[in-house]
Design a binder for this molecule. Structure first.
Ligand code: NAP
Length: 490
């Protein structure tokens, strides 16, 4: 069904219609016939189409990125920074359009989409500045007639694959440091949310990014992914998405021994101790659990509450969750959008059914929402068994399952009993406990008395099977730089 029939594009109401692109961006040109439908998850209406490109077009994009590399990496860092800064300014200038486009294709409430655009653009500004601080080292040599230096150089052409849950920020967190370091990029966004990515390319061009430095390709993930992981011209592969797909793609990279960064799934524990500020803990749980309708990799997935405050916390959280407003993200009042697709809805239902089947009780929600489609009611379950499915797998939906614990040792045992190691949260007013628990949690990030842990200035990433490498912060650019030791004999 064309947009004219559904009016999806009209409903988005873009000020700048040219930000909506239905073609891929390769070597500075818009290419490909739009044939694959992209739907709004709130209405199921077709927003538009995108090209179904494959192996040969991905190889052409890699060739373009390889051709653009020598000139781009030779640019002074200040010149790269200037373009990145301008790109961020343009994103902020068109924040409303970009946010509306994102909400239409991804479903998140408009306020969250606006926030994501600002967060996403911040990576361009931050890494533009970091590019100027890519310092090497001099190392005291073991002999007086020798000198040793360490140079940092761009790794080369980067292949990147990103998910649908943060359609813009997951891209800028890779493209920002990559381009700042002097690399060129071939990016495959999720086919569910391509328009946010393609709009970024429009603004890149406007900011002065030369052709070939960023290439964006849409189509069947498997053949595109094969080229990005197996082509020897690609030096580095960076992926954000699910753990099983990340493992498979990382294995594919080893045939040509690429640098690999992986930002994979989480299964975040959220600990509420007897000495916590309960109001702050419940507010933190709402942010961490229900943001993006529970579809973030750092979402609280298992909420462990100590005996003494269990009932009070459960009541408070259920009250707050039942005040969330479900609906189309483009409607201003909405705080909970739809789930991305039917598969996501089925997973949520399976987790809730499993918990209820093993003795949990629903305090609020636990059913599809009256909006139909993939809308699900914000849900709080109490008396969830410690080994329930929702404690073992990422639910990726608006379901808060509460498990009881008796002491700090048991809380840490529950929390660390997972192969995921991305984010964890804890609420306590004891300074000593906050240190012990922060150090004891086997996670890449810990929110202590806060449900918000994402900012461009701090390293984002996980341990165990949640990933390899870090994005954001002063460390993020290192993922795109190789070290070269230079020995000089005097
Ligand atoms: P996904 O199914 O793994 O997809 C992620 C990306 O990989 C998409 O672009 C997808 O393409 C592509 N893809 C899928 N199969 C592929 C294959 N065989 N070869 C090449 N590419 C392939 O994950 P998702 O459902 O989009 O995202 C949710 C997951 O991402 C969750 O597990 C979440 O925790 C994780 N995540 C992690 C972070 C982090 O920073 N650690 C951040 C956000 C999300 P198509 O969509 O076009 O099929």
């Amino acid at each position: 069904m064309a947009d004219g029939e559904t009016g999806e594009l009209g409903r988005i109401g873009l000020q700048r219609a040219d930000l909506f692109r239905q073609q891929c961006y390769i070597n500075g040109k818009w290419v490909g016939e739009p044939t694959v439908d992209v739907r709004n998850p709130a209405t199921r209406g077709v927003i538009g189409r995108i090209p179904d490109l494959g192996k040969s077009e991905t190889e052409a994009a890699v060739a373009a990125a390889a051709a653009a590399l020598p000139k781009w990496k030779a640019e002074p860092a200040a010149a790269r920074a200037k373009i990145l800064r301008k790109w961020n300014e343009l994103m902020l200038k068109h924040q409303e359009d970009l946010a509306r486009l994102m909400t239409a294709e991804q479903g998140k409430p408009l306020a969250e989409a606006r926030g994501e655009i600002a967060y996403a653009g911040a990576f361009f500004e931050w890494f533009g500045e970091e590019a100027k601080r890519v310092y090497g080292d001099t190392i005291p040599a073991p002999a007086s007639d020798r000198r040793i230096m360490v140079l940092k150089q761009p790794v080369g052409v980067v292949g990147a694959i990103t998910p649908w849950n943060f359609p813009t920020a997951m891209i800028t967190r890779k493209v920002g440091p990559g381009i700042a370091a002097g690399c060129t990029v071939v990016l495959k966004p999720s086919e569910l949310t391509p328009y946010s990515a393609l709009a970024l390319a429009v603004l890149a061009e406007e900011a002065g990014l030369p052709p070939g430095v960023l290439n964006i390709i849409t189509g069947d993930a498997e053949p595109i992914g094969r080229v990005l992981t197996e082509d020897p011209r690609i030096a580095k592969f960076t992926f954000t998405g699910s753990t099983p797909v990340g493992k498979k793609l990382a294995a594919q990279c080893m045939g040509t021994v690429k640098r690999v960064s992986l930002e994979l799934g989480g299964n975040a524990p959220f600990l509420v101790f007897d000495d916590a500020d309960l109001e702050a803990a419940a507010a933190g749980a709402i942010i961490s659990k229900f943001r993006n309708t529970g579809q973030t990799c750092v979402c609280a997935n298992r909420i462990y509450v100590q005996d003494g405050v269990y009932d009070a916390f459960a009541k408070l959280l259920a009250e707050k969750a039942s005040n969330l407003v479900v609906g189309d993200g483009l409607a201003g009042v909405t705080t909970q959008g739809p789930l991305i697709n039917a598969k996501a809805l089925e997973k949520v239902e399976a987790h809730v059914a499993d918990a209820l089947g093993h003795g949990a009780k629903a305090l609020t929600g636990a059913a599809r929402d009256s909006h139909g489609g993939t809308f699900y009611q914000p849900t709080v379950l109490r008396d969830v068994a410690p080994d329930a499915l929702l404690t073992r797998e990422e639910t990726f939906g608006p379901v808060a399952g509460l498990v009881r614990f008796k002491d700090e040792t048991q809380a840490l045992q529950f929390a660390n009993n997972s192969r995921a190691g991305l984010a964890a949260y804890a609420f306590t007013q004891s300074l000593a406990r906050s240190w012990r628990v922060s150090e004891g949690l086997e996670y890449g990030m810990v929110g202590m008395n806060t449900g918000l842990i994402s900012t461009e200035v701090s390293p984002f990433g996980g341990v165990k099977e949640s990933g390899v490498g870090r994005e954001g912060s002063k460390y993020g650019i290192d993922e795109y730089l190789d070290l070269k030791a230079v020995f000089v004999q005097l």
